[in-house]
Design a protein around this ligand. Structure first.
Ligand SMILES: Nc1ncnc2c1ncn2[C@@H]1O[C@H](COP(=O)(O)OP(=O)(O)O)[C@@H](O)[C@H]1O
Ligand SMILES: [Mg+2]
Length: 257
């Protein structure tokens, strides 16, 4: 078996006294589109927060391309080629779509990811390479027509595409997508899926949290399921459809809804 690109080893994450991720172990193989499913509150987004360096582990380890990343800051994780999108897009609403992408470029000068925000002048004088890359990301995500609109004014679906464009600015080896299709109309969802498949064909690895089961079944392999902070299943779509643990987890969710 090939070495995993991402390995979560017995990870736990707490919010105060509440354990949101409880000894989760999972591995993502390079070149896959791996699906992460599970009922609301299972700990999926919290796990993403931990992988991305935004939330500290209480126990366990996270390795990306063989190296420990659980002690790194979000900008260090992002710069190392592991990028995440947010379940609720968080663009700088007053800035244009293009400016949002310029800000997302990891600094060429070794400064921190956030330095341009503290130094707007540096953004205005940004070099042509970053601008070229931003335009490439815009064209790829079909956002070129709204490049100069305020990011807060474009549709929710376009904001999801902007999330993808934003992470592409770092040339990631792997992207974590948190519910990319949620709230996105079917036409734009198809665009998003096409882009994910195209990037995957070029070798990019994806770990995708998604509630749209049809999307997960058609595009993700393997599928990993979490419930109550733990990994309860891993397998292909066929196995997922017939696994009683998954049925139980989702029925539990409905029962508590
Ligand atoms: N910032 C937070 N503070 C306290 N509890 C949280 C916080 N974020 C999430 N939780 C709780 O942690 C659990 C896992 O949440 P989350 O990771 O968002 O689940 P999922 O993404 O699978 O729906 C839930 O019970 C949720 O209420
Ligand atoms: Mg979530």
């Amino acid at each position: 078996m090939t070495a995993p690109i991402l390995a979560i080893e017995d990870a736990s994450v707490d919010y105060g006294a509440f354990r949101a991720v409880d000894g989760a172990t999972l591995r993502v193989r390079p070149g896959t589109i791996t699906g992460l499913i599970g009922p609301n509150g299972a700990g999926k987004s919290t796990l993403f927060n931990a992988i991305a360096g935004e939330k500290e582990l209480t126990a366990g380890a996270i390795r990306f391309q063989g190296k420990r990343i659980d002690d790194r800051s979000p900008d260090q994780v992002f710069a190392s080629g592991l990028a995440r999108t947010f379940q609720i897009p968080r663009p700088f609403a007053e800035m244009t779509v293009l400016e949002n992408l310029m800000l997302a470029a990891p600094s060429q000068t070794g400064e921190t990811f956030w330095a341009p925000i503290l130094k707007p002048a540096a953004v205005r004088s940004e070099d042509a390479a970053v601008l070229g890359k931003a335009h490439e990301a815009l064209a790829f995500t079909t956002l070129d027509r709204v490049a100069h609109e305020a990011a807060g004014r474009i549709s929710g679906g376009q904001q999801k595409l902007l999330e993808l464009a934003r992470v592409l600015m770092s040339d990631p080896a792997m992207i974590l997508l948190d519910e990319p299709a949620a709230g996105v109309n079917p036409a734009l969802t198809e665009v998003l899926i096409d882009k994910i498949e195209a990037l995957n064909a070029r070798g990019m690895t994806f770990l995708i949290i998604e509630h749209d089961m049809d999307l997960v079944m058609r595009h993700c392999d393997p599928i990993i399921a979490m419930a109550a902070g733990q990994v309860i299943f891993e397998g292909n779509s066929e196995a997922a459809l017939s696994d009683p643990r998954l049925l139980d987890a989702y029925l539990g969710d409905v029962a508590h809804a």
